[in-house]
Design a protein around this ligand. Structure first.
Ligand SMILES: [Zn+2]
Length: 481
């Protein structure tokens, strides 16, 4: 990598943009701004993340669906707040061939308005509830801010959205708790520590009763939202006429929730675990967990390639994703560099001396430490190292996150945080919207919201530093992506 660590914490963007291409994640040269091409290696990693999500959806009884990408203008216009929130970033289809369309179509920016007219046909009776579906699809948003691969794009190509309908508010709340549990399992799978905040009213999802956002801490001290959960109450059900018949024969509007994520998950993995040498992948999502590199010597009586092949076979039989790099034309040093750049968690090197002694050298990607392991203990050693890497990645990132959350009582202290190494500032707040918006201006930062679960947000005996009134909540502010 051209950009080195001491530099990339300041110039994170430059480091990130270089890594996207050199590690083979995406190509940014496609001639539509904000729409990038997934390269094979990047896509393989993303598929591992998606596999986990599919399995979690299955475990929690969500069914997969696939809706068309086009939505008629007439459906889109049914929920007023929702249109207001999205109309500025919608791509329209106005013509079919040479003829203008009678009803314009839009490319989905999210799928509420595509799905809910169908929900009103599918959901008839209390026995149909809870109703839980999801899809992973492309969505389109005309982003006017600076675009950045996987983070801010005009085609979100791996958009995960779960949509549910329930009998009452309490069952919808139970769904939000399940979403949080799924998210927690996914975050652990990716070794990503995070925080959850309840968004302030002015920043909730258009049409939602409330919104939760899960954030991670990027190396430059800015936060990245990687998951959202929304409780819609009956807002969309009323607009789309989603009603069910109760046990007593009454007709009630359903309560609804959604849960959303995207390829930002991979952006977070890259940014949070990566280093000067490139990607550092959690073994859970590494397409190759162990690369075995034979280092032959001329005139040696030992067949290092055969020895290396034997190791790969044994690892594969043990269910470990292993790869033999026996390319003749490339020197071992060059191979090490390439596999480090691609973030392969473990590298095994074998030379004639290892064959002779029945050993192998094993190098960790996360710490770059090397150790010598006996050949017959190799599979167990690899298993242990995989667990150790997961733990180290998580702990390292957790320490970074925690050291970047600062609780302060005054706006001056908060400003200092943003002038320095940034991070998240937690500050007492009266709970008034006007005051919160003014604090955003003063701090030149976004209010992420109040800590969630809500017990964590309560505060007593403190004053709101902006207006001097009694503070009701802790509010979190950060510079965000
Ligand atoms: Zn205030």
């Amino acid at each position: 990598m051209k950009v080195k660590r001491e530099k990339w914490q300041k110039e994170f963007s430059e480091w990130y943009n270089e890594l996207i291409e050199t590690a083979g994640i995406q190509d940014k040269r496609y001639p539509v701004k904000g729409m990038n091409i997934w390269l094979p290696y990047g896509l393989k990693i993303m598929r591992k993340i998606e596999r986990f999500i599919h399995d979690e959806m299955e475990r929690t009884n969500h069914e997969e669906v696939l809706f068309p990408a086009l939505i008629p203008e007439t459906e889109f216009q049914k929920e007023a707040e929702h249109i207001a929130g999205f109309e500025g970033e919608v791509y329209w289809i106005t013509h079919a061939g040479l003829n203008p369309l009678e009803i314009k179509l839009l490319l989905r920016p999210t799928s509420e308005t595509a799905m809910y007219s169908m929900f009103s046909l599918w959901i008839r009776n209390h026995a149909d509830l809870p109703f839980k579906v999801y899809q992973i699809v492309n969505v389109y948003r005309y982003e006017t801010k600076h675009t950045r691969p996987l983070i801010r794009v005009r085609e979100i190509s791996r958009f995960f959205e779960a949509h549910t309908a329930h009998r009452d508010f309490e069952d919808a709340e139970r769904q939000i708790r399940e979403d949080l549990e799924i998210f927690d399992r996914l975050a652990k799978f990716l070794a990503l520590p995070y925080i959850v905040s309840k968004r302030p009213d002015w920043d909730k999802f258009p049409g939602a009763f409330y919104s939760l956002g899960a954030e991670v801490m990027m190396p430059d001290g800015r936060t990245l939202q990687i998951g959202t959960m929304h409780n819609y109450k009956q807002n969309f059900a009323k607009a789309y006429n989603i009603k069910y018949e109760t046990e007593t024969g009454d007709h009630e509007y359903a309560h609804q929730t959604t849960f959303g994520m995207s390829e930002r998950l991979l952006a977070a993995v890259m940014a949070i675990h990566g280093d000067d040498n490139g990607l550092v992948l959690p073994p859970t999502i590494a397409p190759i967990q162990v690369v075995v590199v034979p280092i032959p010597k001329k005139d040696s009586p030992y067949d290092v390639v055969a020895y290396a092949r034997g190791i790969v076979e044994e690892l594969k039989n043990a269910g470990i994703r292993a790869h033999l790099d026996d390319r003749d034309e490339i020197r071992p040093g060059r191979k090490f560099y390439e596999w480090e750049l691609k973030g392969v968690p473990l590298r095994i090197e074998v030379g004639p001396r290892d064959v002779e002694g029945g050993k192998a050298v094993i190098a960790r990607r996360d710490t770059l430490e090397k150790s010598v392991i006996e050949r017959e203990k190799l599979v167990d050693a690899v298993r242990e190292l995989i667990d150790a890497i997961m733990e180290n990645l998580y702990n390292r990132a957790k320490e970074f996150l925690e050291s970047h959350i600062k609780r302060v009582d005054s706006l001056e202290e908060a400003k200092k945080v943003f002038e320095g190494r940034r991070g998240i500032v937690e500050i007492p707040w009266c709970g008034e919207e006007s005051c919160g918006l003014e604090m955003e201006e003063v701090l030149d930062a976004k209010m992420l919201g109040t800590p969630y679960p809500e017990e964590k947000a309560k505060i007593e005996g403190k004053k709101c530093p902006h207006c001097g009134r009694e503070a009701k909540f802790i509010a979190r502010f950060a510079r965000t992506y």
